[in-house]
Design a protein around this ligand. Structure first.
Ligand SMILES: NC(=O)c1ccc[n+]([C@@H]2O[C@H](COP(=O)([O-])OP(=O)(O)OC[C@H]3O[C@@H](n4cnc5c(N)ncnc54)[C@H](O)[C@@H]3O)[C@@H](O)[C@H]2O)c1
Length: 248
């Protein structure tokens, strides 16, 4: 599409599906070398076929902090630098809060909250060296209370606060840290989302919205802008792409 990311290296998690896939393909099209990380090796293989030689697949389960550090190390060993970290991998589920098991709770936090922390921690020295940036995929669920998704809301609140706290700690450097907070985006995650029996649909209406879902390409467009040097004054921002859901 253009040469915005010529000579730059991006590590994109969740690159095997949905928003992460669209972001990875967009950055490759704009000139970046992209290392895509995902637990789904088959998804990564499909993206590699479409993306061509500027995309490298790195299958890993990011719920393990050691796997997060290893992914950053592998990327820097391969390309010698890191300019953009996109923390996009995530899981979502809906439950009555009473039914959430410790294993379900821990998995949600490990993937959605812990992994972006450990990936960011490992990437920081490299991003500081290049004047790079981090973009976290948060959610409207990190900015408002949603019924029947307590652990998901907690984990996305963590993504919002990871963004703001890192932004402040590094405010005197060139590093930028931002978040994108979508509501509904048409992806496999949403298509496979199931609602438990016995919910009060009135309580879910405020986060269903009135304007339908966004497309992954819209998220990739915004990501490509925020991660580029054109967004040099956007730092510590949580950018909503939610069709008005958090407006009122
Ligand atoms: N789709 C939406 O409506 C929506 C709304 C708000 C926020 N988000 C967020 O956007 C991000 C991307 O979601 P999506 O809709 O594209 O979903 P998706 O399911 O299409 O993609 C998520 C990817 O994360 C990967 N992943 C899951 N667990 C992993 C793990 N342990 N290690 C490595 N990779 C793992 C999956 O394999 C998958 O490829 C998520 O963080 C999600 O919470 C999505």
């Amino acid at each position: 599409m253009d040469d915005t990311f010529d000579g730059k290296v991006a590590l994109i998690t969740g690159a095997g599906s949905g928003i992460g896939r669209a972001v990875a393909l967009r950055l490759v099209a704009d000139g970046a070398q992209v290392v895509g990380v995902d637990i789904a090796a088959d998804g990564l293989a499909e993206v590699a076929e479409v993306a061509g030689e500027r995309f490298t697949a790195h299958p890993a389960d990011l719920s393990d902090p050691a796997a997060c550090r290893a992914a950053v190390t592998a990327c820097v060993e391969l390309h010698g630098r890191l300019d953009v970290l996109g923390n996009i991998a995530g899981v979502a589920a809906s439950h009555h809060v009473a039914d959430v098991t410790p294993e379900q709770y821990r998995r949600m936090m490990a993937v959605n909250a812990d992994a972006p922390f450990f990936l960011s921690q490992a990437a920081l020295p490299h991003l500081l060296a290049t004047g790079g940036n981090i973009v976290n995929l948060a959610s409207n669920a990190g900015l408002m209370g949603q019924a029947y998704t307590v652990p998901y809301c907690m984990s996305k609140g963590a993504a919002v606060q990871l963004t703001r706290a890192l932004a402040m700690e590094f405010v005197k450097t060139d590093l930028r840290v931002n978040a994108i907070a979508p509501a509904g985006v048409d992806t496999p995650l949403v298509r496979s989302f199931s609602i438990p029996d016995g919910v009060d649909l009135d309580l879910m209406q405020p986060y269903m919205g009135h304007r339908g879902m966004a497309r992954v390409e819209e998220l990739a467009d915004l990501f490509a802008f925020v991660a580029s040097d054109r967004a040099r004054s956007i730092h510590g921002a949580v950018l909503s792409v939610d069709n008005g859901i958090t407006a009122g």
